[in-house]
Write a protein that binds this ligand. Structure first.
Ligand SMILES: [Mg+2]
Length: 261
C-alpha cells in the first residue's frame, strides 16, 4: 500500500503563533522532507501575500518556496480572474489587495455600479463605515465573497477575532451567506491536489481548527491531524462529533504516527 506523500500544514496555531514559531516546527518539516514527503502550506489568513508568508517562514528557519504556499487571498484572486470578475470592493488588508491586484483585479473601497464583487477577509482596521460600504455594494448587485470564515485565530498569548467575525457582521446585515473560498471549502484543496498531482488518499492535513482544517480534510476523504497548539483544546475536541485521525500536543509528535512514516 502506498502511504502519505503530501503533508499539508495550516499556519496560524500550527507552525507559529503571531511572530513566534511553535516548538520543533522547523525540525518536523525538515524530517518530513527527508522522508521524501511533499510539503504544502495552506492558510485561510488573507492578510499577507504568498511571498510575505515565505519570508515569515524563512525568518523562522523554515525553507519553503512560494509555490508551496496556498492562501485564501491568492485563491480568491484566482477565483475572480477565472470568473472574469474585474472590480472588487475589498474589506481586508494589504496582502489581499496585492494578490488581487497581481491577478489584474481592480480594487476599490467605494461602492459603484461597476463593482462586481465584495471580498471580505481579516481587516484589523474594520469599522462601521466599511461595513456600510460593503453592504451597499452587495445591495447594488455585487457578489458577496468571503476569503475565510475563521471566527478566531491564535496570537502569541491569546486568541483574537478572525476574518469570519467580520464576514458574520456583513452576513447578519444582509441576511445571507457569502461564497466561501477558504477552508472548509474544497476550492483551495483542489488547486493543491492539481499542483502536486496527488490523490486525496495520499495526503494529510495538519491543522488547529476543527471547523476548517479538519472539516475540509474529512469532506475530501483525506487523513486529518489536529494539533492542540492553536485555537482548539481538549474540551472542544471532546464535544465534536467528527474526530480527526490523530491528535497531537505538539508538531513533533506527528513524526511518531505510524501511517506517516
Ligand atoms: Mg490555524
Amino acid at each position: 500500500m502506498e502511504g502519505i506523500k503530501l503533508v499539508i500544514f495550516d499556519l496560524d496555531g500550527v507552525i507559529y503563533r503571531g511572530n513566534f514559531p511553535l516548538p520543533k516546527a522547523k525540525e518536523t518539516i525538515e524530517s518530513l522532507r527527508q522522508r521524501g514527503k511533499f510539503i504544502a502550506f495552506l492558510t485561510n489568513n488573507s492578510t499577507m501575500t504568498r511571498f510575505q508568508y515565505k519570508r515569515k517562514l524563512a525568518h523562522m528557519g523554515i525553507k519553503a518556496s512560494a509555490e508551496e504556499i496556498f492562501t485564501s487571498a491568492w485563491g480568491t484572486a484566482l477565483y475572480l480572474k477565472d470568473r472574469n470578475l474585474k472590480k472588487a470592493l475589498v474589506v481586508g488588508e494589504k496582502g489581499l489587495k496585492k494578490e488581487l491586484g497581481w491577478a489584474g483585479i481592480e480594487v476599490t473601497s467605494s461602492p459603484s455600479e461597476d463593482v462586481d464583487c465584495v471580498v471580505v477577509g481579516l481587516d484589523r482596521k474594520f469599522n462601521y463605515k466599511k461595513l456600510c460600504l460593503a453592504f451597499e455594494a452587495i445591495k447594488q448587485g455585487a457578489l458577496f465573497i468571503a476569503t475565510n470564515k475563521d471566527y478566531t485565530f491564535p496570537m502569541e498569548n491569546k486568541i483574537v477575532p478572525g476574518g469570519g467575525a467580520i464576514v458574520a457582521s456583513l452576513q447578519s446585515a444582509l441576511g445571507r451567506e457569502p461564497l466561501l473560498i477558504g477552508k472548509p471549502s474544497p476550492f483551495l484543496l483542489r488547486l493543491i491536489m492539481e499542483h502536486y498531482h496527488i490523490e486525496e488518499k495520499h495526503a494529510v492535513i495538519v491543522g488547529d481548527r476543527l471547523d476548517t482544517d479538519i472539516e475540509m480534510g474529512k469532506k475530501a476523504g483525506m487523513k486529518t491531524i489536529l494539533v492542540l497548539t492553536g485555537v482548539t483544546n481538549e474540551k472542544d475536541l471532546a464535544n465534536t462529533p467528527s474526530q480527526p485521525d490523530a491528535v497531537v500536543r505538539n508538531l513533533e509528535e506527528i513524526l511518531e504516527i505510524e501511517w506517516l512514516k
